[in-house]
Design a protein around this ligand. Sequence first.
Ligand SMILES: [Zn+2]
Length: 116
Amino acid sequence: MSFFDKVKQGASDAAKKAQQTVEITRLKTQISSKEREIDKIYKLIGESVYTSSLASDFSRVEANVTDYCQGITQIKEEISEIELKITEVRNEKECVCGKVVVADTKFCSSCGHHFA
Ligand SMILES: [Zn+2]
């Protein structure tokens, strides 16, 4: 590779890296806003329980809380999907043991898992 090719290669690697950083920042922003949604639901659960307590009527609260909790579980799943996208953008993958490794790794350095 000539000197100029190396310079060009370096520049395009830097551009790729910058693009990656932008994408990761965007995905992390999505996660933050989903975490705020979860906080809102936690607050609604608290309000629901408190209101029922004031009215001494807990007959409906269980159904409400179940709905809210399902909502939280769904948002948490969405967050996991975004986290997975982040590892893909970083050219990484997660092992069954939880260790994050480079995408083309064949064996996990932590648990020895063989990636198919
Ligand atoms: Zn592993």
